[in-house]
Design a protein around this ligand. Structure first.
Ligand code: GLN
Length: 476
């Protein structure tokens, strides 16, 4: 049997349409691959759970199954955010994106992809289930927090996947694993059924093997949803129409603040080469300034932790998942939260609660909101004159497992290039643009104005069609 798991979703959709492949066969090839290598990669969680079958299952095998991050609710299937506190939680409803997938004639894997607990992290090491390994080098992290999705797609344990991005959690793991990751405009995709981390920043988006699959998945999941008051009621274009290999006449900005100390030399070289390529294809480039870039990380870690501390208040042992065994109510709350949350979750609850507390609210939280507006205005000004902005996705390639775990600040800094898009609410995509000498992938980030995903697709597709990076496969 042909290794269907190695194909892209659009290739498989074509094959199923022509009756050259059945959905069941696609699932079977995925299960086979997962069985062969997931003990090394650990992209999926709860594979060996006795209550669940030993294999991932597709719900009513149909179409091309999507791999789902463990923070997107799937009716009847465990959704635990890779946290002990949600152990055993089985949602009674499907997230809107899951409904969309089913209505489009596709299915999803019942077993979910690994992630940092509650999406807190950049390496997938903060998972209750232990880390995922980067398929390009098993000693390295896959990035995070959607590291399970990225590793699964990169190693052909998944065809395509849905992750979430609050500060880079789709784009950074996509860049570390050599695949395509898109964070849509805030409000483009419904968050209903996405377990909230920071509600004003979270967006669900696709992790895929190529740009066409990203457009396909965006066609399925985009659109207004009355169940999400922050989803926006503007028409959804057919994103596949934006897949034209032509960047002639496009004006692209290169923010000088992104090419400074801290940017790895090999990453810089790969991104500069990509810029040259796009120049040859007819795009014009100019240096620009996003003046408030240096504040993005501190602003993000105040806003994101503030919102997270509030969102996590509901996990108290009463309503969901894990409950500590004690005999009085106060101890039950305390012990449940004490034992149920991991270290990073606790750190964020404490930071966020502090930033929101009386006397500090104005100094930290309110101030951060004001600077967030300045960051957004920087982008608004640039997009008056430019079609998009290009930067590296991450300052470094994948780092080694354990390397940053003892130093949270260093870990936080790895999101320096991705966070601004979330603060501004704009769409951004990461596409593979090269490899380091040691064989680790490098990602190129393209950003555009609100609701201009089409521009991202056009530039990303043009670049992809003229390079070979997306065709590279791991040796696993
Ligand atoms: N790495 C960032 C954080 O730790 C972003 C995570 C995300 O996008 N979910 O918050």
């Amino acid at each position: 049997m042909e290794e269907l798991n190695r194909l892209t979703a659009h290739e498989l959709i074509e094959k199923t349409r022509n009756k050259e492949a059945l959905s069941e066969e696609i699932s079977a090839s995925l299960y086979k691959r997962i069985n062969e290598i997931d003990s090394k990669v650990k992209a999926y969680v709860r594979l060996g759970n006795t209550k669940e079958p030993a294999y991932p299952r597709t719900r009513e095998p149909r179409g091309v199954p999507v791999t789902i991050k463990d923070n997107i609710c799937t009716e009847g299937y465990n959704t635990e955010c890779c946290s002990k506190i949600l152990k055993g939680f089985i949602p009674p409803y499907d997230a809107t994106v899951i409904k969309n997938i089913r209505e489009a004639g596709h299915s999803y894997l019942g077993q979910k992809a690994n992630m940092d607990e509650f999406a807190f992290g950049s390496s997938t090491e903060n998972s209750f289930f232990g880390p995922t390994h980067n398929p390009w080098n098993l000693d390295c992290v896959p990035g995070g927090s959607s590291g399970g999705c990225a590793a699964a797609v990169a190693s052909d344990e998944a065809i395509w996947a849905l992750g979430s991005d609050t500060g880079g959690s789709i784009r950074q793991p996509a860049s570390f694993c050599g695949i395509v990751g898109l964070k849509p405009t805030y409000g483009r995709v419904s968050r209903y059924g996405l377990i909230a981390f920071a509600s004003s920043l979270d967006q669900i988006g696709p992790l895929t093997k190529d740009v066409r699959d990203s457009a396909f998945l965006m066609n399925i999941i985009s659109g207004y949803d009355p169940d999400d008051s922050t989803s926006v009621n503007t028409p959804v274009p057919d994103y596949t129409k934006a897949l034209v290999s032509d960047v002639k006449g496009l004006k692209i900005g290169i923010p000088k603040e992104y090419f400074v100390e801290g940017l790895g030399l090999e990453v810089k070289a790969a991104v500069e080469e990509a810029i040259d390529k796009l120049k040859k294809l007819g795009a014009s480039f100019k240096e620009i300034s996003l003046t408030h870039t240096e504040y993005a990380v501190p602003v993000y870690y105040i806003i994101a932790t503030a919102e997270a501390s509030s969102n996590l208040a509901r996990f108290d042992g009463v309503q969901y998942g894990f409950r500590a065994k004690v005999d009085n109510l106060m101890d039950m709350y305390k012990k449940t939260r004490g034992q149920g949350f991991g270290q990073e979750a606790k750190r964020r609850i404490i930071l966020g609660t502090f930033a929101l507390s009386h006397g500090y609210y104005d100094a930290y939280y309110l101030r951060a909101l004001k600077v967030r507006t300045l960051i957004k205005q920087d982008f608004d000004a640039v997009f008056k004159d430019f079609d998009c902005v290009i930067t590296p996705t991450s300052p470094t390639p994948a780092f080694r497992i354990g390397e940053k775990m003892t130093d949270p600040l260093r870990m936080y800094l790895s999101d320096i290039y991705t966070i601004s898009a979330n603060l501004a609410g704009i769409p951004a995509i990461s596409v593979p643009c090269g490899f380091t000498k040691k064989g680790l992938p490098v990602g190129l980030q393209i950003m555009a104005k609100h609701f201009d995903e089409e521009k991202l697709f056009r530039v990303a597709y043009s670049y992809e069609q003229n390079t070979e990076w997306h065709k590279m496969k791991t040796k696993l």
